[in-house]
Design a protein around this ligand. Structure first.
Ligand code: MLC
Ligand code: AMP
Length: 492
């Protein structure tokens, strides 16, 4: 199936990258040339895993769609990861080839050499000898997105072509995507928020995407003030950063930017809870009533406030089209009626197939055919409200899901650290901030700056603790397990 790239208006601009505009026809032709180059004479990649490390732009789209069209499984990697994190993704997924661009080549070249993994750029791969591309059924595996959880190492969530099409279609329908839409893309492209909600929905609808390699608030706001965009999607942290940024500007400039946001048809917040104060400040500043929605790597988007109708602050709305939702209480009973909390469970064509090479984890995440999210919610007056997560070992920082265990395991390699516990503490900007409590070997001391320097290159920088407390010993229960809730007050 040739899903996801609109073919209705070949001359329309699909993607803007810096000073370059690429039409749908140009993007399509580059994808076919790249897919043909990848195939190199074969008729189908037969689900070979092809990873890529490419910032937002035409090469990213070419790699993603090219791997799909050649019958491979696309694995978008975080351009900002530490080497050991890339190594885990490449080896655990059995990647056979890595695609880079000129900027990212130097960072991963050494690792690929060591792993004897072929590496190439998109430009090296495209060919003029275009081949017939394979027919792909919706059941075929299409993508692996690495996601953290309650285990130490991230797991690769596999979605099929059918899952991806369903994830896109439900949002295109619910949020009324149109070919006239224009959206900025500054979110990272190794997670579903950027890949599906922004990039893929836009390209499915025939809209235009402005690809930005990173979040540059000044440049972004200048384009907003020029009324470039009709739709805007971000995590709550970015709305907080925008509110703070506007406070530093002159009134006249603020007015232009606020009007730019006010003139858009839709502002969406998701990937983490949007605090009611942020919802209200954004409405006061721009007149936009944020549409908050809830999703997850394994399921795409599941719950959303209405596009037309009341968007309620602090709530994530109702089930999206074709998504079935259950709340299940601690006894395993389905919650009926309003006001009683339960774990969110999902059944939908959007739900992923499996964790790559980890049948045990896949099985553990389903119950009687329902995917168990680990998020606790309640229904009030017909709207779902997310109350929290069943695990204290998951931290949501700036929209990134982090595993406390993964960070603890890294920190334990520090020669001075005897024991460590990592928790998420409430933070206005990040939602939750990573905080570490350590007990040291011997009599020495440890500063946060010293710990951060030690982490450099060992962990992605957003996983590095933002706060540190040194204690004599960690509080443990009778079973010897660290009592994490007792640690949070240390940071108050
Ligand atoms: C950056 N930093 C973070 C951070 N992002 N710290 C904690 N948490 C984060 N999320 C730190 C860096 O390490 C660095 O620290 C400093 O902030 C500046 O880095 P930066 O890269 O210049 O920051 P900035 O560009 O402002 O990045 C913030 C951000 C980014 C909000 C734009 O975090 C981001 O893009 N988040 C979105 C993640 C996302 O897309 N999640 C969706 C997952 S899918 P130092 O110390 O080095 O200076 C999902 C499903 C769903 O959740 O429902 O959507
Ligand atoms: P990820 O695994 O990175 O896809 O993150 C998914 C998780 O983000 C969910 O399981 C929720 O815990 C959280 N999440 C996403 N959207 C929201 C939201 N609107 N409110 C609260 N939590 C959210």
């Amino acid at each position: 199936m040739n899903h996801v790239l609109n073919s209705d208006r070949p001359d329309k601009v699909a993607l803007i990258e810096g000073d370059h505009a690429f039409t749908y026809a140009q993007v399509e032709s580059r994808i076919v040339q790249f897919a043909s180059g990848l195939l190199a004479g074969r008729s189908d990649l037969e689900e070979a895993r092809i990873a890529f490390l490419i910032p937002a732009g035409v090469d990213y789209v070419t790699a993603l769609h090219g791997v799909w069209r050649a019958g491979g499984i696309a694995i978008p990697l975080n351009v900002a990861s530490a080497e050991s994190e890339w190594e885990h993704c490449l080896t655990s997924a059995g990647v056979t080839q890595v695609i880079v661009d000129q900027q990212t080549l130097a960072g991963i070249e050494g690792l690929c050499d060591r792993l004897a993994m072929p590496i190439a750029t998109v430009s090296d791969t495209v060919t003029d000898s275009v081949l017939p591309l394979p027919e792909l059924s919706p059941q075929r595996r299409a993508m692996i997105v690495f996601t953290s959880g309650t285990t130490s190492k991230p797991k690769g969530a596999v979605t099929t072509h059918g899952n991806i099409a369903a994830q896109i279609e439900t949002l295109v329908t619910a949020w009324e995507w149109q070919p006239e839409d224009v959206i900025p893309l500054f979110l990272p492209l190794h997670h579903v928020h950027g890949i599906i909600n922004v990039l893929s929905c836009a390209l499915w609808a025939g809209a235009t995407v402005h690809a930005m390699p990173r979040l540059d608030l000044t440049a972004l706001c200048a384009q907003v003030a020029a009324d470039t965009f009709s739709v805007f999607m971000a995590v709550p942290t970015i709305y907080v950063k925008l509110i703070d940024h506007l406070e530093t500007l002159e009134d006249e400039e603020v007015q232009g930017i606020s009007e730019g946001f006010a003139n858009m048809r839709l502002n969406v917040s998701g990937s983490a809870a949007c605090p009611v104060e942020v919802f209200e400040e954004w409405r006061d500043l721009t007149g936009q009533v944020l549409l908050e929605r809830y999703g997850m790597t394994e399921i795409g988007m599941a719950l959303s406030n209405p596009y037309r109708g009341e968007r309620r602050p602090g709530y994530v709305g109702q089930a999206l089209p074709d998504v079935a939702v259950q709340l299940v209480d601690e006894e395993g009973d389905i919650v009926t009626g309003e006001g009683t909390p339960g774990e969110i469970r999902i059944q939908s064509p959007t739900v992923f197939l499996e964790y790559w090479g980890n049948a045990e984890a896949t099985e553990a995440s389903f119950s009687e055919g329902w995917f168990c999210t680990g998020d606790i919610a309640v229904i009030e007056d017909g709207y779902y409200r997310i109350m929290g997560r069943s695990s204290v070992d998951i931290i949501k920082s700036g929209g990134y899901k982090l595993s406390a265990l993964e960070i603890e395991n890294k920190l334990l390699a520090h020669p001075q650290i005897a024991e460590v516990a990592v928790v998420g503490i409430a933070d206005r900007t990040w939602g939750e901030a990573v905080a570490a409590v350590v007990a040291l070997k011997g009599d020495g001391d440890m500063t946060l700056d010293a710990l951060k320097s030690w982490c450099d290159g060992k962990l992605s920088s957003y996983k590095v603790p933002k706060q540190l407390q040194v204690v004599d010993a960690l509080p443990r229960n009778a079973m010897g397990k660290v009592v994490k809730p007792a640690l949070k007050p240390l940071f108050e």
